[in-house]
Design a binder for this molecule. Sequence first.
Ligand code: ADP
Length: 495
Amino acid sequence: MDSRSTGGGQRRTPFFSRLQIKYAMSYLAILGAVLILLNTYPLIAAQNLIFTSKRDSLRSQASVMASALMELESLNSDQVSRVMTMLDSAGLSHILVTDPGGRILYDSSASAPEEGEEDEEQPQQEQYALLQEVVLALENNNVVFSQYQDGCFLSTAACPIVYRGMIIGAIYLSEEDADQGALLMNLQQNLRSISLVLVIFALAISAFFSKVLTARMRALLSAIRIVGEGEYGHRLQPSGRDELAQLAQEFNQLTDRLQTTEEVRRRFVSDASHELKTPLASIRLLADSILQNQEMDPDTVRDFVSDIGSEAERLTRITEHLLALTRLDSLPVGDTQVVDLAHVAQRAASMLAPVADAAQVEMALEWKPGCTMRCTEDDLYQICFNLMENAIKYNFPGGRVVVSVTRDGDQVLLEVADTGVGIPEEELPKVFNRFYRVDKARSRAAGGTGLGLSIVRDTVRRHGGWVTARRRQGGGSVFSAGFPYEARESGGDGI
Ligand code: ADP
């Protein structure tokens, strides 16, 4: 989309209310959630896996050792040390074996001064294992604990040594695994690096897309403002096929319609003022002539005053027609009822009979029963009246007007055919336009306003119908209107 900027007068959108910021924020919120998951779930899962394998292996090692020691029946330091040296203790950092009272009988770290409290010179000195695991094991519990701390897995296990149902001691194992810890730290580090790359990438992408998107929205907003200021010729150039491009197309179509409506409105106002100006100018001229010419004979004065009266009448007719059109444009359809078209056409024909007589035009009405439709009676009368009046007005002395009311399936048809002056083929589509007259002089002479057929068309459409004009074979015109048929509930027919 492409559009000019309007410059001044635009409201600035607060920073956090900007669509661009909202988009960027939502991208970042989603990315944040993904990164939190990425940085926690794999680590927790790996940690749990390592914990489980460590606990299983420590638990089985403890039970193997407890079974071996159980064979001794009663435990003392020497026997225990002998058995323990024969057992595989690979990977274990500390092993303790105690008697039922918690006294240490074997301590794998006894030789290391920083780990053990006693040294090799005083092996007989009694020491007690004051460890929670040992206490629990001596209460006949198998316990395993593991934790991850400072990049190292610490696991401890303890189990009772049972001989014939008697607890004869406990064994305690501990393991420190820095290798697996380092692996986990490495994984954590890698995930952080990946996250960083993802953040930078997502920031760049979100900044780019939100900018492109909001630039197009701004173009649309600016175009709406330009059109809002009255420049109806302004259009957007839709690019792409996404929703914004569709929005731009809709905007252009809407502006097209707006421009057409505006042009019609302008033309209508200028035509209306012109139509009103002409009789007013005549009235002014006639009045001035009477005022300025003191010696005007009374017959001429009477003629002039009569002309003023006719012009005033024309003004009244024009304003009435204009009001009727405005009402059609702005007011909703009034209370409708099921009306018999033949009945209304007969009313209009009776009303126009003296006019037809004066014009020496013969008028005939043919109708079929049951031509009912939903309409307001006044609107339908107006349609019949205008079409019939025109058929008389634009006829020759001795001419004929045939009005027929029929039904064709689900349509009720009104046809007004005359043997009058006719309408040239190329003028036919224009006769329903406001203020359009085929023969201006004739229309004026006949008291026309150029609005009768516009009123007919707008009224017909209001009631879901259509109206057309065509040339009649053998001279004259035929105006046809169709309406949706609706049956009368009471079933009454006719005139
Ligand atoms: P007007 O008040 O001038 O009759 P209308 O809107 O009723 O205005 O009609 C528009 C023009 O269409 C008329 O000026 C006339 O030239 C032409 N017209 C309408 N009805 C007929 C007809 N039955 N025969 C010939 N010309 C017609």
